[in-house]
Design a protein. Sequence first.
Length: 440
Amino acid sequence: MNEMEEARQLLEEWKKDAYIFGLDVLEKAGEAAKSFGDHTLIVGSSSQWARKRLEKIMNSLEAEGVSYNVVRGARPNCPREDLYRIALQISNHRPDSVIAFGGGSTIDGVKAAIVLATYKPSEVSETLEVEWDVAGTIDPYFGTGMVTKVKEATGRELIPMIAIQTAASSAAHLTKYSNITDPLVGQKKLIVDDAITPPKAIFDYRVTVGAPKNLTLDGALDGIAHLWEVFMGATGKDYYEKSKHITSLGFRLIIKNLKSALEDDVDARVALGLGTDLGGYSIMIGGTNGPHLGSFSLVDVLSHGRACAILLPYYTVFFSPNIQDQLITVGKIFQEAGFIAGDLDLQNLPARELGETVAKGMISFNKSLGFPTTLREAGATEKHLDRMLNAAKDPQLKMKLLNMPVPLDPEVGDIERYMKGVLKASFDGDFSQIKTKQTP
C-alpha cells in the first residue's frame, strides 16, 4: 500500500460515509443535501478560482430536485460581521440544510452562524448564565463545549451542514473547530465543540488545481502545524501511537508533494489534500497548542498558516526535553527531504540539541518556500508580542495551554517566565532566548 492509499484508508475508517473525497466528486452535493430535505442555502466562496466550480454543485442540486439560494461566504479569518451576515441569511431563508462551499474561513463562519440561527438569546442567557447584552452574540460560545450545553438544554438540533472544502489547508470540513476574528482588536477566538462538526463533508481535490500559490503554501503549513502540534502534545496520551502514524504519513505527503502541487500536478494536489485532511484527523484526536495560540494574535499581519510556520520551530525547541521520540520521528522525515544533514545521528543528540536541529530543519523548509522565518521579518512588532502574551492569559483560550507537552499556568507566572522567551526568540530568530522547562 502506498502513502496515498494508506491515507485514504485512514480517512475512510475515520469518517465512513460522512465524508466524500477524491477527484470529481462535486456532483455528490445534491445527494447529500437531499438527505436533509428539499431546500438548501449555499454559502459560497468569493474566490474566483473556486466559484467557477459552483455550477457543478447547483447542477447536482437541480438533478436531485433540491431548491437553493446562494449567498456570499466569509472573508479570510471570518470577521465577526461576516458571521452575523451569514447568520441573518440563514434565519431569513430557513433552509433544511446549509452548504458551505469555500475554505476554512467560510466553513468556520457557517458553523458559528448556524449556532446563532438555531438558538435564541433567552435560551443562551439562561443556559450559559450570561447577560442579555452578550447572549445574542457569538461571545458566549467561545471555549469548549458551550454549544453542546445549549443544545442539550433546549433539546433542539442544529441545522444540518454540508461542508464542501476548496482548499488543502485547515480541514475545517472535518472538525469541531470554528475560528472567528474581531478585526477591531486583531484577535481571533475559537469555538471547540463536537456539536458543530459537519455531519456531511465533501472535498473534490481537483477544485484546488489553479489555487493561488500563497493559499497553497499557507494551507500546507497549516496542515503541518496541526499534525506536529498534536503529536508534540501526545506524550503519555492513549492516542500517542495513532498520532505518530498520522503525523508521519501526513508530513511525508505534504513535504514530498508541495512543490509539484504548486505546478498543479493533479496527483500532487491529491496527495496534498490527503495530507492536510490527516491534519484534520490529528486535531480531532488531540489539540493544537502554542503556535496556533500565537497565530490568533497575528491576523492583521500574517495569514494563519504562515504565522504557525514561523512559530512552530521555536516552540519545538521549548518543548524539546519532553518530545524526544517525536523529534526523532519527524527529524528523519526532514533528513529524507534534505533539510537536515543526512550524516547526523539524531538518536544520539542531547535533548536541546536535537530540538534545535529539527527546528533548523523546519526553518530550512520554510526558507525553501520563500517564507519569512522570524516575526520581525514578517512585519510583526513588539506590540504583537504583548498581544500574544495577553491572549495566552484569556480563559477562553486556555485549552491551547493545556494541550502543550509542557503545560503553562498563567496564574503562577509561566507566561512571563517561559512563553515570553519563546516569542522573543521567534521575533529575533535567536534560540538562546528560549528557557526550557522539563516536566515529569
